[in-house]
Design a protein around this ligand. Structure first.
Ligand code: PLP
Length: 403
């Protein structure tokens, strides 16, 4: 006789939450479809179309019958194109064996954590952090350890705080500069200190460079591999075409790093997703090897929106807003309004404030709690100037209505 056991879900899955950013975006889209005039500031993707030559390359790949399995690590030409790009733009030497093409940058990161973490290993995650780092680390049975970054430091890494968070169990550190959600870019000085600690302690560095093309400072974004070239042997770079080429739906990311790490990531990929969609890989190849003006156009489009939204938010009474140095998000501090109420409902943090903005002002934003920073709310300015102008008026009125 078979006795049925009680059906229970895995602990590691029960401890994670669904992506709040995707959830808010879905809610805003649903409201819009229901006829509500929602102004959507929750989107994490550029509002321009994928460049035409990239779309053509995707269609041609289908017409040419490039519709079968490719190597699990991705097609050689695309891995070579990634190497060529890094050599040309940064002077870093890599070979195609050091590159994995994945189903979006997100899955590249997922593969990295799966490849390097043993149960109990700790990963340093500067906070505010991108929503998916902690759950990805937890799904790999690791422990995310948040390293608080301060608004008054413009969300730069403070080495003394980092040092306090490190233990003998620290295995890796995640860097994300420009950052989602803060738009912050780490300073050379901070990176030099981080690099020193990582080198001395043998931490693996995971550098999420997804927003490298959207930098509002001069020259290149400061990078951990600029401060000490020896760190290349212990750094995995994570990048992709989603943001730079407005290709979020094509799902192509790439990771570059120590060959033994990449090899294990390929083993994981070969036993899980197999290769990312073949036509998407050919489209990404066209993006990386074709005309390179698109990321510049994107950046140019964002510059006036960035100035406008920072000024508008900073002008609101009690609100502070650090000007983002990269990406397409602002992360204003609304904590001065916590404790106030509207029709008997108290705003007790970023979740209730973002809910209030959505229900009373029809403005969709993402609560800072999703990024480990409850004093803040994230607004994406990858939307039209018209929407930004209207949205800021609505936010101002909604805040003024709080008692
Ligand atoms: C968007 C994003 C990614 C990955 O995006 P994909 O759509 O999976 O390519 C990775 N890191 C950060 C910080 C992002 O904002």
């Amino acid at each position: 006789m078979i006795f049925s056991k009680k059906f229970v879900l895995a602990d590691r899955v029960l401890q994670i939450a669904p992506s709040l950013t995707l959830a808010v975006n879905a809610k805003a889209k649903a409201l819009r479809e229901a006829g509500v005039d929602v102004l959507n500031f929750s989107v994490g993707e550029p509002d321009l179309e994928t460049p035409a030559h990239v779309c053509e390359a995707g269609k041609k790949a289908i017409d040419d019958g490039r519709t079968r399995y490719t190597p699990a690590a991705g097609i050689l030409e695309l891995r070579q194109a990634v190497c060529d790009k890094l050599q040309k733009e940064q002077g870093w030497e890599y070979e195609p064996e050091d590159v994995q093409i994945s189903c979006g940058g997100k899955h590249g990161l997922y593969n990295i954590f799966q490849a390097i973490l043993n149960p109990g290993d700790e990963v340093l995650v500067p906070a505010p952090y991108w929503v998916s780092y902690p759950p990805m680390i937890q799904l790999a049975c690791g422990t995310p350890v948040t390293v608080p970054l301060k608004e008054e430091d413009h969300f730069d890494i403070a080495p003394e705080i980092l040092l306090k968070c490190a233990t003998e169990k620290t295995k890796a550190i995640v860097l994300n500069s420009p950052s989602n959600p803060t738009g912050a870019v780490y300073s050379y000085e901070a990176l030099a200190e981080v690099g020193k600690l990582a080198y001395e302690n043998g931490w693996l560095i995971i550098s999420d460079d997804m927003y490298e093309d959207l930098y509002y400072g001069e020259g290149k974004v400061p990078h951990i591999l600029h401060v000490d070239p020896r760190l290349k042997a212990q750094t995995v770079l994570c990048n992709g075409v989603s943001k730079s080429f407005a290709m979020t739906g094509w799902r192509i990311g790439y990771s570059i790093g120590p060959r033994d790490v990449i090899r294990m990531m390929n083993r994981i990929q070969s036993q899980s997703t197999s290769n990312p969609a073949a036509p998407s890989q050919y489209a990404a190849l066209a993006a990386l090897t074709g005309p390179q003006e698109f990321p510049h156009l994107l950046r140019e489009a964002f510059i006036p929106r960035r100035s406008y939204i920072v000024e508008a938010l900073d002008a609101l009474p009690g609100v502070t807003c650090v000007a983002p140095m990269g990406a397409f998000y602002v992360f204003p501090n609304f904590s001065a309004y916590y404790g106030r109420s509207f029709r008997g409902t108290t705003i007790d943090g970023s979740v209730s404030l973002a809910d209030y903005f959505l229900s009373e002002a029809q403005v969709a934003s993402v609560p800072g709690a999703a990024f480990g920073a409850d004093d803040f709310v994230r607004f994406s300015f990858a939307t039209s100037m018209d929407i930004i102008e209207k949205g800021m008026v609505r936010i101002q009125q909604a805040l003024a209505a709080l008692q």
